[in-house]
Design a protein around this ligand. Structure first.
Ligand SMILES: *Cc1c(COP(=O)(O)O)cnc(C)c1O
Length: 354
């Protein structure tokens, strides 16, 4: 793979770690590569970070052909930088691409691109506790015509953003609203693909929940509005009567890499973990009779996010007295320990840049 490099002549100041937040600052460079049906992928390049020029008829602006990934690079105590299970993000991106008729990128090629780009920008990986370099690979359809058809021209890019600790003031359980009207995805649709359109369609419910003081919505399935799916941009897990339950991947749920990692950690340690259908009735009953012990969301940004309150229609339930539960805390400590290289990675999940 030949990657052309154009270095910036105006490098930026690195922000203070206390100012980072999420996705507000970007590194000096970005990766760009174009695709056409005739040529395949061509013109791979690392260029100064900057605006993208698009034809006004570009597919992505009209028909939403866009997919993305989200993963992080972490600075270890010894100063080196590592990623967490990047091959899983590459595989998921190709599955998303298949669903949206966007082109595939060979796994080895994608890994080489990611490592080369992150190594090039690695000085931007902050070192304060809880901080990391968030990586955002994305791909979009870029045909310069209004005709509707599968994509013939596309662009793949990676941008990187130093991000702050998700939990600056300690891990605070969040309040979640169970959404009874809007749905995020249906089987046969794009729920399992990480595509921008899924987010566009979920903003309305998210906005309504926020206005009522809730941080995210918990989605129910799109057909019967009966089965729990996931929260906002995270997968969801419950501990009911000793059983750890997460919704099965039925096609409308995003297969999270944090979800998969939580399941693997818990199974290895002998916990009783089920991937199955969980109905709102079963959850409501568990909340009423006190057998719901813990609930948490899981995703790359927060790792785990304990749920302290759940609202369904007019009923409000407090989970674990609004405190983080034992299993939630244990998953947080284990995954963040592996990600920042503080505990031994017995799974082989971490990936150095060389
Ligand atoms: C990205 C995402 C997740 C979490 O996936 P991770 O790989 O764990 O970060 C969950 N749900 C949705 C809708 C997502 O977009």
């Amino acid at each position: 793979m030949d990657i052309k490099i154009v270095k910036t002549t105006t490098p930026k100041e690195h922000p203070e770690s206390s100012a980072l937040g999420f996705g507000k600052f970007f590194t000096d460079h970005m990766f760009v590569m174009d695709y056409s049906r005739e040529k395949g992928w061509y013109d791979a390049r690392i260029v100064p970070f900057g605006n993208v020029e698009l034809h006004p008829a570009s597919t992505v602006l009209h028909y939403g052909s866009e997919i993305f990934e989200g993963l992080k690079a972490y600075r270890r105590a010894d100063g080196t930088v590592q990623m967490f299970r990047p091959i899983e993000n590459i595989r998921r991106m190709n599955r998303s691409a298949e669903r949206l008729c966007l082109p595939q990128i060979d796994e080895d090629v994608a890994m080489e691109i990611l490592k080369t780009f992150v190594a090039f920008e690695q000085d931007w990986t902050p070192s304060a506790p809880g901080t990391s370099l968030y990586l955002r690979p994305f791909m979009f359809g870029n045909d310069e015509t209004l005709g509707v058809h599968a994509v013939h021209n596309a662009r793949f890019m990676i941008i990187a953003s130093p991000v702050g600790s998700y939990y600056k003031e300690g891990i605070n359980p969040v309040k979640i609203m169970i959404e009874a009207d809007d749905v995020r995805a249906v089987r046969g649709g794009t729920g399992y693909a990480k595509c921008g359109g899924n987010y566009a369609a979920s903003n309305r419910a998210g906005e309504r929940a926020e206005q009522q003081g809730y941080s995210q919505v918990l989605w129910l399935d799109g057909v019967e509005r009966k089965y729990i799916e996931e929260v906002g941009a995270m997968n969801v897990m419950f501990k009911i009567n000793g059983e750890i339950i997460t919704p099965a991947l039925t096609g409308s749920i995003l297969p999270g890499i944090t979800r998969m990692s939580c399941i693997e950690v818990l199974k290895k340690e002998g916990y009783n973990v089920s991937e199955r259908l969980l109905s709102i009735d079963e959850l409501e009953k568990a909340m009423e009779d006190g057998t719901l012990e813990e609930a948490w969301g899981c995703g790359t940004a927060a790792v785990v996010s304990p749920i302290g309150e759940l609202r369904y229609k007019d009923k409000i339930f407090t989970v674990n007295n609004g405190e983080i539960g034992e299993v939630t805390q244990h998953l947080y400590d284990t995954l963040t320990g592996i990600q920042w290289g503080k505990i031994e990675d017995s799974f082989g999940w971490t990936c150095p840049l060389k």
